[in-house]
Design a protein around this ligand. Structure first.
Ligand SMILES: C[S@@+](CC[C@H](N)C(=O)[O-])C[C@H]1O[C@@H](n2cnc3c(N)ncnc32)[C@H](O)[C@@H]1O
Length: 413
């Protein structure tokens, strides 16, 4: 059987129960905030405003030929779909009769042409938009990310850097058997908008949990809820930057603002209905916050005597208070679910002295105690899997897979 690129010790690629084709399933418990994939595209090409042109194929073939045989073979096992505006027969004809090899020879064998044709169709079916440093658009094919199905409330967050590196991080704790998912589209859309976008751009009817009947009954179309999700998402990303880049009180202030907004929404929609998502989001934030507590310049635990930034200390105390309130508020709603995560979170939040002494600045605070952060780099910004227009509008460094983005159609020259 062809090798698949999720480590079989941790993940299993197998058919999903709800008929989405294959999906990636976890074999382990994975904590929130864990990076599970970091990968560069195997194939990459500049976006052509006129749509995909066959003149782009020779360069793609050169890239493909330079891959290791196992990478080539695995790439060829990725999902393919026949899209509007793309004609595999014309592609095959081009490859067999027109394509010229670097050594000047033509006429590929039937097998060679079939192999390259599949490579191009896999690319069409799975490519992801990349915005580079100069805001130029590219499309990339990723081996692991291409295995992931879409969920309107995904359990993985995606960050796409301008150099094309994609990072996937768990948004909540993953349990054995859970299917891993990303969102192919922006999160802040209503159910109807999401379904229309997926149908238009990716040509499938979404079968995710948030779209199913239970979720419908649970008011999944509630736009407020989507916006709350976005705030929570931005919050998570801000905290991630905070832990991974440099210490600054400014992201902490951002975090406070996000948290205030999230809490407002939580109050609003927990009154409407209970949704597991809110709880897991909360735990995710608690996890991230725990990592902030543990932040030192060398990533070693704080020891007495380390400098503490007073503003960060204050913000950290406020945060703990807010999270504790939120856990207490949401707790009774999930107690009957026999969920031990809540107890974990409560224990962590209530640990005496856990906060905020372990925080200290990475860079010296100016006299007024205010520490300025580096402005956020495009790759550091929260990435939403936007389509091109909205990604541009928001100055984002990435966009979603473009399985049938009209601009990516494969018309022959
Ligand atoms: C990038 S592939 C994902 C992996 C694919 N399921 C496989 O078998 O290899 C994208 C395709 O998976 C299916 N898919 C992904 N998410 C889905 C969802 N939420 N509902 C229905 N189909 C989905 C669609 O056919 C879509 O075109």
């Amino acid at each position: 059987m062809a090798m698949i690129s999720f480590d079989p010790e941790f993940f299993e690629v197998k058919p999903t129960w709800d008929d989405k084709g294959n999906g990636v399933h976890s074999k382990r418990v994975i904590p929130a905030g864990t990076v599970i994939v970091k990968e560069m595209p195997l194939l990459r090409h500049p976006e052509n405003p006129a749509g995909f042109q066959y003149e782009q194929i020779p360069d793609l073939i050169t890239q493909f030929d330079a891959l290791q045989p196992f990478q080539q073979n695995e790439l060829l096992t990725l999902y393919t779909v026949k899209h509007r505006g793309e004609d595999p027969d014309a592609l095959f004809d081009y490859l067999q009769n027109t394509y010229t090899r670097p050594d000047g020879t033509t006429k590929l064998s039937y097998q060679e042409a079939r192999r390259y044709m599949r490579m191009v169709v896999v690319l069409w079916s799975n490519q992801i938009g990349i915005l580079d440093e100069q805001a130029e658009e590219h499309r990339g094919l990723y081996l692991r990310t291409s295995r992931l199905n879409h969920q309107c409330a995904p359990n993985l967050l995606t960050n796409l850097a301008t150099n094309g590196e994609i990072t996937l991080r768990t948004r909540n704790r993953i349990l054995p058997g859970d299917e891993l998912s990303i969102s192919y589209i922006p999160l802040d859309l209503s159910r109807a908008e999401r379904r229309a976008a997926l149908l238009e751009d990716f040509e499938f009817e979404c079968k995710c949990d948030l779209c199913d009947e239970y979720a419908l009954a649970a008011d999944a179309d509630n736009h407020e809820y989507r916006v709350a999700q976005l705030h929570i998402y931005d919050l998570g990303e801000t905290m991630r930057l905070y832990t991974e880049n440099e210490f600054s009180v400014l992201p902490l202030e951002d975090c406070n603002q996000y948290l205030a907004r999230c809490q407002k929404r939580w109050v609003h929609y927990t009154e409407l209905h209970w949704n597991d998502m809110a709880f897991y989001e909360l735990l995710n934030i608690a996890d991230l916050w725990a990592r902030v507590w543990a932040l030192t310049p060398n990533n070693t635990p704080w020891v007495p005597g380390d400098a503490v930034n007073p503003r960060a200390q204050y913000a950290a105390m406020e945060w703990t208070r807010s999270l504790r309130t939120a856990v207490d508020k949401l707790g009774p709603l999930v107690m009957d679910r026999n969920d031990t995560h809540l107890e974990d979170a409560r224990r962590a939040l209530n640990q005496p002295g856990a906060l905020p002494n372990i925080i200290r600045p990475r860079i010296p605070a100016p006299e007024d105690g205010r520490v300025r952060s580096k402005s956020r780099t495009p790759e550091g910004r929260p990435m939403r899997r936007d389509r091109t227009a909205s990604a541009e509008a928001q100055g984002q460094g990435a966009q979603g897979p473009v399985a049938n983005n009209p601009g990516a159609g494969g018309q022959g020259s």
